[in-house]
Design a binder for this molecule. Structure first.
Ligand code: BGC
Length: 405
C-alpha cells in the first residue's frame, strides 16, 4: 500500500528543502516593513525557494534570543538568524555554531562591498561568519514637535545642561513625563548616550576595550546625572517595550525618547508625521553604531536556500529594499540615497564623517553575558536608585565579561 498515499504539493518529498526559515525579532511596524522589503527582493532573486517567517516579537531580541539559544542547544537551528555584528556574533562563533562564509564573500564579490572596520567585526581568525544587512544608529533623540512648540522649545539642545533646561520647561508647561522610557535594554541605551556626552568617544570606547575604569569618579558623576534624568521619565518604564514608550511620544504624553533609528521607520509605518530628531544632547558628531547581520548556522536544513537569502541580504538591491523601510542605512558603501526617506539620507551623510562608537545592548560592544549583567544592574537601579550599587555592579560586570588585563 506504500505507493497509494496521497500527497498535497507541500507534502511532496523534497518540498521542505525549498523552505528557508528566517529567524528575526522583526515582527511588527517598521521592522516588519523592512523585513517585507527584503523578502520582496528574495522572492525575485531566489524564486526556487520559499521564505518562512520565524520572527519572535520583542524589542532588541528580548524574547527571540532566548528562543534561539534553546533551539541551537537542541540542534534545531533555523536556516538563518539575525545576529548583531561584533562581540555578540562572536558568542555564536566561539560556540562553533556558524559556518564560515569566506568563500561566498569571494564568490559574490562582497569582500570590498562593506567598510573594512565592519568586516573586522564579522571576522575571527581570518574567517567571515555573517552578511551585514545594515547600519543602525543608537544615539538618536526623537521628539514630538507639537509638544516642544507648546513649551516654547524651538531648537535642539546640544549639551546635557541645555537638555535638562528643556526638560524643566516641559515640566513647567504641564508635561508630567517629558522623556518616555522603556525597560532594561532601553535604559542601557539612555545611560550609554549620557555616558558618551560625559566621557567623550575615546573614554566611552575604553569602557568596552578595558581602557576606562568603571570605578572612576567620572562614572559616579554620570550615574548621578542619569538618576536625575530618570526623574523626567515615566514610572512604569520597567514594564514598557520601546514601542510603548514610542506611543507616549506619539500621543503627546511625552516630548522625547532616546531610541535607535528603527524608530524613524516605525513612526513612518504608523503614519505619525509630527516627529523631529537630533543626536542625543552632548554627543556631538558621535555615531553610535550597530549592525544586523545574517548567518548560516551549522546544521541548517536548507544551506543552499540560506545562501540565496544571504546573497540577497548582501546585494545592493536587497540592501536598498530593506533599509529604505527599516530606518537604517545600507552597510554596503555603493548604494545611493535615491528612494530613502529624509532621516536615512541625513544618517548616510553623518556615517561618513562621524566618530564611531559601539553599543552594548545591541551587541557591537559586548557579548550577551555582559549585556545581561548590565541590563539587570540597570533594572535594579531603576527601582532603587542606589548609585554606589549600580557602579559596583557595572564594574563587576566589566571584570567578569570584559577584556582580561
Ligand atoms: C536591532 C534592530 C531592531 C531593534 C529593536 C536592535 O537590536 O538591531 O534591528 O529594530 O533592536 O527591536
Amino acid at each position: 500500500m506504500f505507493a497509494t498515499v496521497a500527497c498535497s504539493s507541500s507534502e511532496e518529498p523534497g518540498a521542505g528543502a525549498k523552505k528557508v526559515e528566517v529567524f528575526t525579532w522583526w515582527a511588527d511596524g517598521g521592522e516588519k516593513a523592512g523585513l517585507d522589503g527584503l523578502v520582496g527582493a528574495f522572492k525575485t532573486d531566489c524564486a526556487d525557494y520559499e521564505f518562512v517567517n520565524g520572527a519572535v516579537a520583542g524589542g532588541a531580541g528580548s524574547n527571540a534570543k532566548q528562543v534561539l539559544a534553546s533551539r541551537l542547544q537542541q540542534n534545531d537551528p533555523p536556516d538563518t538568524f539575525q545576529a548583531h555584528a561584533g562581540a555578540e556574533l562572536s558568542d555564536y562563533i566561539n560556540d562553533d555554531q556558524l559556518e564560515d562564509l569566506s568563500a561566498q564573500y569571494t564568490e559574490w564579490g562582497l569582500s570590498n562591498a562593506f567598510p573594512k572596520g565592519l568586516i573586522e567585526n564579522l571576522t575571527v581568525d581570518g574567517k567571515i561568519y555573517s552578511v551585514p544587512a545594515n547600519i543602525h544608529r543608537a544615539n538618536v533623540l526623537w521628539s514630538n514637535k507639537t509638544v516642544l512648540a507648546k513649551a516654547g522649545i524651538t531648537k535642539d539642545a546640544t549639551t546635557l545642561d541645555g537638555f535638562f533646561a528643556d526638560l524643566d520647561k516641559l515640566k513647567a508647561a504641564g508635561v508630567a513625563t517629558p522623556l518616555a522610557l522603556g525597560k532594561d535594554w532601553t535604559q542601557q541605551m539612555l545611560f550609554e548616550a549620557l555616558l558618551i556626552s560625559k566621557l567623550g568617544p575615546e573614554k566611552f570606547n575604553g569602557l568596552w576595550n578595558g581602557g576606562t575604569d568603571w570605578k572612576g569618579a567620572d562614572i559616579t558623576a554620570a550615574i548621578n546625572d542619569y538618576k536625575k534624568l530618570l526623574t523626567y521619565t515615566n514610572k512604569d518604564r520597567d514594564t514598557f517595550d520601546w514601542t510603548d514608550a514610542e506611543k507616549m511620544l506619539m500621543d503627546g504624553k511625552a516630548a522625547y525618547q532616546l531610541m535607535g533609528d528603527w524608530e524613524a521607520a516605525d513612526l513612518d509605518a504608523k503614519g505619525f508625521k509630527d516627529y523631529g530628531w537630533s543626536v542625543f544632547p552632548g554627543n556631538g558628531n558621535v555615531f553610535q553604531w550597530l549592525a544586523d547581520s545574517f548567518v548560516l548556522p551549522k546544521g541548517a536544513k536548507n544551506a543552499d536556500g540560506t545562501k540565496c537569502w544571504l546573497k540577497t541580504v548582501g546585494s545592493a538591491t536587497g540592501q536598498a529594499a530593506f533599509n529604505q523601510k527599516k530606518g537604517s542605512i545600507p552597510a554596503r558603501t555603493d548604494v545611493g540615497t535615491d528612494g530613502f526617506p529624509a532621516y536615512q539620507q541625513a544618517a548616510m551623510g553623518d556615517w561618513k564623517t562621524a566618530t564611531q562608537v559601539p553599543s552594548c545592548p545591541h551587541g557591537s560592544a559586548c557579548a550577551q553575558g555582559w549585556q545581561g549583567a548590565v541590563g539587570s544592574a540597570q533594572g535594579k537601579f531603576s527601582a532603587d536608585g542606589d548609585v554606589a550599587a549600580l557602579q559596583t555592579a557595572l564594574a563587576a560586570a566589566a571584570a567578569e565579561f570584559g577584556p582580561k588585563k
